[in-house]
Ligand binder design. Structure first.
Ligand code: GLN
Length: 533
């Protein structure tokens, strides 16, 4: 196609309006037209990456194949587009400053006074263009975190202003705002949108397209009014009305010609509207599925975003099993041996969630004991898998004090132990075992039945590991190690073959489940849950 085109997605009025979903939808629609597309997220906070952030602050930490701890929006990009993102797809202010300061210390700036403009903005611009220059993408979509008006966003807006000026038609700005409905007045209000656009304009950016998030339909007159007040073409004002599923949004955008408007504005031929066949098929199946499968999510964070990828992987797997996922969060801190039956009542299966630290551990172990003894499908992910091993060691192998060294440094039965190379680490950020590693799956295992392959690659994010000294004892007593890392011999999958579905994975399969390629383990787990009904 020639030169790479850059689309910036900014947001105003409020956070959590779904910039990630709009960016992903635009990406999907352009990809469906045959373009090579990637999406990147620029986060204005000072952390180097979200790896050290509490999930209550920013939701789940997503992990890319190359081992970057990233913003959860990268998960949306991968699920919608079926692409793999990397470290270069997620930049924070912390990384921008770090890189500039490192260059300054090396003397790269030859005695210049280092300033936000041009040094920080140049570094932002360099990072915006990095992927486009390196991999020849047709489109690079850059989502800017936060909302316009935040102090932290200013250098990013200034960089977009400069890039729009430098790149001309090859750069475009999509601004997402919110149109509230005042029930008492019975009216939809455009003033916040007008103000938000003014804020953007005062930074020197004229948005090319406005996406208005709303809970009620916006009529033509309202959109005309927004167009007039904000200097935007009428057809470049589109609405993003609440949908039962985020996966409807690309279709909603396509119906309003958002992709066609983008192409036109960037001087490209529009051509016929793509079919999106498999995507629509997925949505059809989702609509038709009325029966439910009830899954308990045993974890300590009572916040949806903390388990985003697991929720999405489950709901995708449910759709491909022609069911609706009915997911119940069960707070592991509240589970005890006395109330576990009541807490798990009615669940067709449970997922034992990843996590860090002692809080809620004993509840997870109590839940696992119950599902193991009652043969209820159980899927342990990372810490969940480690809890499966601890529970088994305590109850079946008879080591009452078995534990992970993370929870009890002095345990004599350290069935989960810290990795050798982790022992000397003092810096917490970016130092876990991260990213995709190879794993050999044993034939004749349930994991193999799901994957249909001996060679898999899955993403990791942890410091502790199954302790191989106990492997023989586990296997002799019925818990098999069915996935092994060929290089390090580390145990990556455990399962109890005599049970219906009882599998734990040291890795995070949820990160690689996409709309059109649901993850095999989630598919087979949900199937087992349905059989268990
Ligand atoms: N806390 C555990 C570890 O560091 C598990 C981490 C996780 O669940 N992602 O090994």
């Amino acid at each position: 196609m020639g030169e790479t085109k850059y689309i910036f997605v900014t947001g105003g009025v409020a956070s959590s309006l779904g910039k990630g979903i709009i960016s992903s939808s635009i990406g999907k629609l352009l990809q469906a037209r045959g373009y090579k597309v990637t999406i990147q997220k620029f986060d204005p906070y000072i952390n180097i990456d979200p790896g050290t952030l509490n999930p209550y602050e920013h939701g789940e930490c997503y992990v890319t194949v190359d081992g970057h701890e990233a913003d959860l929006d990268l998960g949306h990009y991968e699920r919608f587009l079926g692409i793999q993102t990397t470290k270069a797809n997620n930049i924070t202010t912390g990384r921008i400053y770090k890189s500039v300061i490192d260059k300054e210390r090396r003397g790269d700036y030859l005695g210049k006074t280092i300033q936000i403009i041009p040094h920080i903005t140049d570094e932002i611009k360099r990072n915006v263009k990095l992927l486009g220059n390196k991999y020849k993408f047709d489109f690079v979509i850059t989502e800017i975190g936060g909302t316009v008006g935040d102090i932290e966003s200013l250098p990013y807006l200034e960089s977009i202003r400069q890039l729009k000026w430098e790149l001309g038609r090859n750069a475009l700005c999509v601004h997402l705002t919110y149109v509230p409905y005042l029930a008492a007045a019975g009216e939809l209000k455009t003033k916040p949108t007008q103000h938000s656009v003014k804020e953007l304009q005062s930074a020197g950016i004229q948005p090319d397209i406005l996406v208005l998030r709303t809970e009620h339909h916006l009529n033509t007159n309202l959109r005309k009014k927004v167009a007039l007040f904000c200097n935007v073409d009428e057809k470049a004002v589109v609405q993003s009305i609440d949908m039962p599923t985020i996966y409807e949004v690309p279709l909603l955008m396509q119906e309003q010609g958002l992709d066609a408007t983008i192409l036109e504005k960037m001087g490209l031929e529009v051509g016929p509207t793509p079919e999106l066949g498999p995507w629509k098929e997925f949505l059809n199946r989702r609509h038709k599925a009325t029966e439910t499968v009830k899954i308990g999510l045993v974890g300590k964070y009572d916040l949806q975003d903390a388990y985003k990828s697991i929720l999405e992987a489950l709901s995708q797997a449910a759709t491909y099993n022609d069911r609706k996922a009915d997911i119940h969060f069960i707070n592991s801190e509240k589970i005890t041996e006395d109330n576990v039956e009541e807490q798990l009542e009615g669940m067709d299966g449970i997922i034992v969630c990843p996590g860090f630290g002692q809080r809620g551990i004993e509840g997870k172990i109590a839940a696992i004991r119950y599902t193991r003894e009652h043969d209820i499908p159980t899927f342990g992910i990372c810490l969940g898998m480690q809890c499966m091993a601890i529970e088994f060691a305590r109850d079946v192998l008879g080591y009452k004090d078995a534990n992970s060294k993370e929870m009890d440094e002095k345990t004599p039965h350290n069935v989960i132990d810290i990795m050798e190379e982790q022992k000397s680490i003092t810096n917490m950020g970016g130092t876990m075992r991260l990213g995709a590693y190879e794993c050999i799956v044993k034939k004749d295992s349930k994991a193999y039945a799901a994957y249909q392959s001996e060679h898999i690659q899955e993403r990791h994010r942890h410091r502790y590991e199954f302790n191989n000294e106990y492997k023989e004892a586990f296997e002799q007593h019925g818990m098999q190690c069915t996935g092994i890392n060929p290089e390090s011999d580390l145990v990556e999958i455990v399962e109890i073959p005599s049970l219906k579905w009882f599998i734990g994975t040291q890795f995070h399969p949820e990160y690689s489940s996409t709309v059109l390629k649901p993850h095999p383990l989630f598919l087979s787990f949900v199937k087992a849950c349905i059989h268990n009904q």
